[in-house]
Write a protein that binds this ligand. Structure first.
Ligand code: SAM
Length: 353
């Protein structure tokens, strides 16, 4: 996951504190987020936004449409409206706002599946015991579920589906900037390593008609990719290769794109993935294109520093700054070929050495 945010003075997300309390009590504002997210998740699970998609409705109408208890529903809707995600109108009806429109199923540019994934119990329960991670270094996820994240999702297809659907919405303004600014058109054939169901590769190929692509991801994930390429009319420009990227990555490409994937792994594992890519490149001049949060320096606001806690406690991975990326890339046989600005999602280009 990626996003950017800061207070107008650029110092951080001070909006999380409650300025109505004395400074020593203001961190209680973080607890409000728990109340709000629990209420909002329930609203999204029972599909209240879908029930409001055609216009404002009364609680009785929403309750009938969603099969929910009217009294409990009203109290939760009122809270979610107070938190700014829905509108409670003077006539007693509730309405969507520009924010909650993104929570309607399949909304264009929407975020419902990502929200449900990010607030799913599998990403929530580790937060009950981040202290375990602090004491032992082990991901709290392992303590809660008995296996690392990707082993767990592999063994639970319903959870893997929640992840794979969310990744189709793993798209933020920083990524648009990369698509606009970076010249992917200079590559004839691009591999998307850990490319999920192929959403980004499809966009790359749409933007660059002279390019062909290879989608490399786990078997159960790429099984769902065909639909996306068939639906975009791109099927004849894509090869889908079920891959374990710790073992092998398909060769024969001019660029190896790997987005929001290396941060799921610790440095040793991430270097193994980079080495697989390096082996696939062989003695060609193909490029490695890493897209990840590029952390800002000490004391600076950076959402990546919070995403890093998820990487640490859930995935056993990490977010990284420029030096750490360069060190790992060097270990795998790459040298930097660009110098992106930190503080948001960035594309780091490396050449083989
Ligand atoms: C966080 S998702 C990122 C997906 C996509 N790149 C994006 O930005 O939306 C990480 C991806 O790594 C894939 N993955 C995990 N373990 C893998 C492995 N051993 N071999 C290949 N892909 C793997 C997952 O299936 C998933 O699609």
């Amino acid at each position: 996951m990626n996003s950017q945010g800061s207070t107008p003075d650029g110092r951080g997300m001070a909006g999380w504190f409650d300025p109505g309390l004395p400074p020593r009590q203001q961190v209680l504002g973080f607890v409000y987020a728990k109340w709000a997210i629990g209420a909002l998740r329930a609203v999204v699970e029972v599909k209240v936004p879908d029930a409001l998609a055609d216009g404002p409705r009364t609680v009785a109408e929403i309750s009938a449409a969603t099969g929910t208890n009217a009294d409990a529903l009203y109290r939760v809707l009122r809270a979610v409206a107070a938190a700014g995600v829905l509108q409670e109108r003077a006539d007693g009806r509730f309405a969507l706002t520009p924010v909650s429109e993104g929570l309607v199923s399949d909304a264009e540019g929407g975020i419902r599946d990502m929200f449900l994934f990010a607030s799913d119990p599998m990403l929530w329960r580790p937060y009950e015991n981040v202290a375990h991670t602090l004491r032992t270094g082990e991901a709290a996820f392992v303590r809660a579920f008995g296996a690392p994240f990707y082993e767990y999702t592999k063994a639970h297809p319903d959870k893997a589906a929640v992840l794979d659907r969310a990744m189709l919405q793993n798209r933020y303004p920083g990524m648009d900037r990369i698509f606009d600014e970076f010249d992917f058109g200079r590559f004839g054939r691009i591999a998307d390593v850990g490319g999920g169901r192929g959403h980004f590769l499809a966009e790359l190929l749409r933007r660059h008609p002279g390019t062909t692509g290879v989608l490399a991801d786990q078997e159960h994930t790429v099984a769902e990719a065909k639909e996306i390429f068939d639906g975009s009319g791109l099927a004849d420009r894509v090869t889908v290769v079920p891959t374990d990227f710790f073992v092998e990555v398909p060769s024969g490409c001019d660029a190896y794109f790997i987005k929001n994937t290396l941060h799921n792994w610790d440095n040793d594992k991430a270097v193994l993935i980079l080495r697989s890519i390096r082996r696939a490149i062989g003695d060609t001049d193909a490029r490695l294109l890493i897209v990840e949060n590029l952390l800002r320096g000490p004391g600076e606001w950076d959402i990546g520093k919070l995403i890093d806690v998820e990487s640490l406690a859930v995935l056993g991975g990490r977010e990284r700054g420029r030096e750490e990326w360069n060190r790992m890339a060097e270990e795998a046989g790459f040298a930097p070929a660009n110098d992106p600005v930190p503080g948001d999602v960035a594309l780091l280009e490396y050449q083989p050495v």
